[in-house]
Design a protein around this ligand. Structure first.
Ligand code: SF4
Ligand code: SF4
Length: 368
């Protein structure tokens, strides 16, 4: 059955103030009927890696916060710590990065809560819905919330071709251990040239999978490694990194299964918002300031993350392309995400999500 996807089309309503249009979008989604006064509502966002200019900033999120406050709920802005060690690898740096990007609780009316704890150990295990995982490891403070609103900035992505609701939920609600499971699950990649034999990684390795040999070199036993990723954070030399050696379809299936685990953890429906603004080739983890490859289109809302992502991809592909950003050889009308990331087929995620029962690829676009 076709799912309802509500669309604030920027080009058809330039004269209507943004906050009024967003309020209308949220009202039309009828999500307020699921809320109770005093509910703690997790607004899952991305605060932007240091140096990123494309993330969905506080000004664009304020009407969403206001909407939920007016409904009597207590919204908070949230994300989880990253697997790679950048400015969002642990909670202290992550919260400071959010503040640097303007996420001020006093101005927004909602605090920033990094949902997986100081070093990403605050996790809840949820049964996996597919063939890859018995347990999925999700951020404790997201699962403790009464409701989840999954707010995504639509972009391209090296590993999934397209990044939207499924990715923001599947990867973005996972703890570091959960992210590691999706990316590799085989333990870290070791760069012996950078190792100083300090032993810090060995101290945090609960599985006893790391040890120093007689020559002072670190060794890894992949068979006993649980993929907790604690060693990545412990190594200050950058000698331990993410082992990205995984086939893309397998990675995509794992990510979608994590998205399914998130949905299954909530008794109420999850609302998904996709922002089709400043649509860049890479996601907001890249820490760069890429130019957009198509015009700003607006914001979409749906209770169905698969339909929402499918509709977002279709709208971007129908829009004109920015030839100076798209690869040479891209022809108007051709799939922009496929041109940017030829090795990753975005539709593979959507189809796997549909098969798992996460939603429908058929949708009805409803303008607001
Ligand atoms: S990922 Fe966890 S279990 Fe594996 S080597 Fe690192 S600290 Fe040890
Ligand atoms: S923490 Fe890093 S530098 Fe220290 S022993 Fe482990 S891998 Fe080597």
């Amino acid at each position: 059955m076709a799912a309802s996807v509500y669309f604030w089309n920027l080009s058809s309503s330039r004269r209507v103030p943004y906050d009024r249009r967003l309020r209308r979008l949220l009202k039309d989604s009828r999500y307020a009927s699921f809320l109770q006064p005093g509910d703690l509502v997790a607004l899952k966002v991305h605060f932007g890696e240091k140096g990123s200019s494309g993330f969905i900033g506080p000004r664009l999120l304020k009407p969403v916060v206001d909407f939920f406050r007016k409904a009597g709920a207590k919204p908070f802005l949230t994300d989880t710590n990253t697997l790679y060690i950048g400015q969002r690898g642990e909670t202290v740096s992550h919260a400071l990065q959010a503040a640097e990007h303007g996420f001020d609780p006093l101005l927004l009316g909602a605090p920033v809560v990094i949902a997986d704890g100081l070093k990403s150990n605050h996790e809840v295990s949820v049964k996996g819905p597919g063939r890859h995982f018995e347990h999925c490891y999700l951020a404790g403070d997201i699962l403790d919330a009464d409701s989840l609103v999954n707010i995504s900035h639509v972009t391209g992505h090296d590993l999934t071709g397209f990044a939207g609701a499924l990715k923001n939920m599947g990867m973005g609600c996972a703890t570091r251990k959960g992210k590691m499971q999706q990316h590799c699950g085989l333990g870290p990649r070791l760069d012996p040239a950078k190792c100083r034999s300090c032993g810090d990684c060995i101290e945090v390795c609960g599985g006893g999978s790391l040890w120093l040999d007689e020559e002072g070199k670190v060794n890894l036993d992949r068979a006993s490694c649980t993929g907790c990723a604690a060693c990545l954070l412990a190594c200050r030399q950058g000698a331990l990194g993410v082992d990205f050696e995984v086939e893309l379809p397998v990675f995509m299936e794992r990510m979608v299964e994590y998205a399914g685990a998130v949905l299954s953890a909530f008794t109420r429906p999850v609302l998904h918002l996709n922002y089709l603004l400043h649509i860049t080739s890479g996601c907001d983890c890249s820490g760069g300031s890429n130019g957009p490859f198509c015009p700003d289109l607006g914001v979409l809302a749906s209770l169905d993350p698969v339909a929402l992502d499918q509709a977002s991809l279709d709208l971007v592909n129908l829009a004109p392309g920015q030839a100076s950003v798209l690869p040479a050889g891209w022809q108007p009308g051709a799939d922009k995400f496929a041109a940017l990331h030829p090795s990753a087929e975005a539709a593979y995620c959507f189809e796997y999500a549909r098969k798992l029962g996460l939603g429908s690829r058929e949708y009805r676009l409803i303008p607001v």
